[in-house]
Design a binder for this molecule. Structure first.
Ligand code: F6P
Length: 318
């Protein structure tokens, strides 16, 4: 009988719990034994394993964060750390591993699969920075969290006739900024993929103000700068009051959206199916409406994709 283990690694993302639930329940239905590994690769090295039953994942589909906890392990990046991890899997009789996480976590899974461990990756990160898949678990919820903040900031910006700069997460990926900026009707969306001209931005803000615009909402991706510095610069150059809001880790928490719960459930189910079919060293994803899977090496070498059309639409409608 197969023993499958599941772990969450890297930054947490809303919907990770729904994915854990799907992996555990699908695997149990297929009569596999399931273990949860706490604290990602760090817990794997230390043997922090817990047996998972159907009830272990009851009442978690609606919860943000991850019941398995997460970590970024420096030790696992070393050869010695990875050897310990493989030994630990052997000690607990685990033959297959499901890794839920982002790019860094997948690189860990890739290393393990090179050491003959049967792995399947489920993309879980708010950043949406894994180009082989249209969406990652947590992105939709994070965008909705940002959107809620944008709606609120618009109220106060309009009342005070101010510029509002909102800094959002995403590392080097501008997707959170692009989606929330478009959906929130932001006047300006600043992304690492596109860069921007600060003087031109200030000139536009001033021109819009003269035309009677009551507010100017700028969504700034963290990968291209800080909100504080930009707001200060805008105020200095234009003379218009500007305020900065850094949303920070609020974007990582909260109850997952319907989209994320369904995505996580589909991913978790497919991940276990793959292991049952003996297909390993793979990752699951979504393209259009279809759940896909591909080789982990291939997935990690897909070049970054930027949705220029969406950016164009956002600018045209701003
Ligand atoms: O990868 C998710 C993410 O939230 C990024 O958007 C952000 O840059 C980073 O993690 C923050 O990391 P930490 O939680 O370690 O501060």
């Amino acid at each position: 009988m197969k023993t499958i283990a599941v772990l969450t690694s890297g930054g947490d993302a809303p919907g990770m719990n729904a994915a854990i639930r799907a992996v555990v329940r699908t695997a149990l239905d297929k009569k596999f034994t399931v273990m949860g590994i706490e604290r990602g690769y760090s817990g794997l090295i230390n043997g922090e394993m817990i047996p998972m039953e159907r009830r272990s994942v009851a009442d978690i589909i609606q919860r943000g964060g991850t019941i398995l906890k997460t970590a970024r392990s420096e030790e696992f990046k070393t050869e010695n750390g990875r050897k310990k991890a493989v030994q630990m899997l052997g000690k607990f009789g685990i033959d297959s591993l499901v890794v839920i996480g982002g790019d860094g976590s997948f690189r860990g899974a890739q290393e393990l699969s090179r050491m003959s461990i049967a792995t399947v990756g489920i993309p879980g990160t708010i950043d949406n920075d894994l180009p082989y898949t249209d969406f990652t678990i947590g992105f939709d919820t994070a965008v909705n969290t940002v959107l809620d903040a944008i709606n609120k900031l618009r109220d106060t910006s309009t009342s005070h006739e101010r510029v509002s700069v909102v800094e959002v997460m995403g590392r080097n990926c501008g997707d959170i900024a692009l989606y929330s900026g478009l959906a929130g009707g932001a006047e300006n969306i600043i992304l690492p993929e596109k860069g921007y001209d600060q003087d031109k931005l200030c000139k536009n803000i001033l021109e819009e103000k003269i035309k009677g615009k009551l507010h100017n909402l700028i969504v700034l991706a963290e990968g291209i700068g800080g909100a504080e510095a930009l707001a200060k610069k805008i105020q200095e150059v234009t003379g218009i009051e500007a305020r900065a809001t850094k949303l920070g880790h609020i974007q990582r928490g909260g109850s997952p959206s319907c989209m994320d719960r369904i995505l996580a459930s589909r991913f978790g189910y497919r991940a276990v199916e793959l292991l049952e079919e003996g297909k390993t060293s793979r990752v699951v994803g979504i393209k259009g409406a279809k759940i896909i899977d591909l080789d982990i090496d291939e997935a990690l070498s897909v070049p970054r994709y930027f949705d220029d059309k969406l950016y164009k639409i956002a600018n045209a409608l701003a």
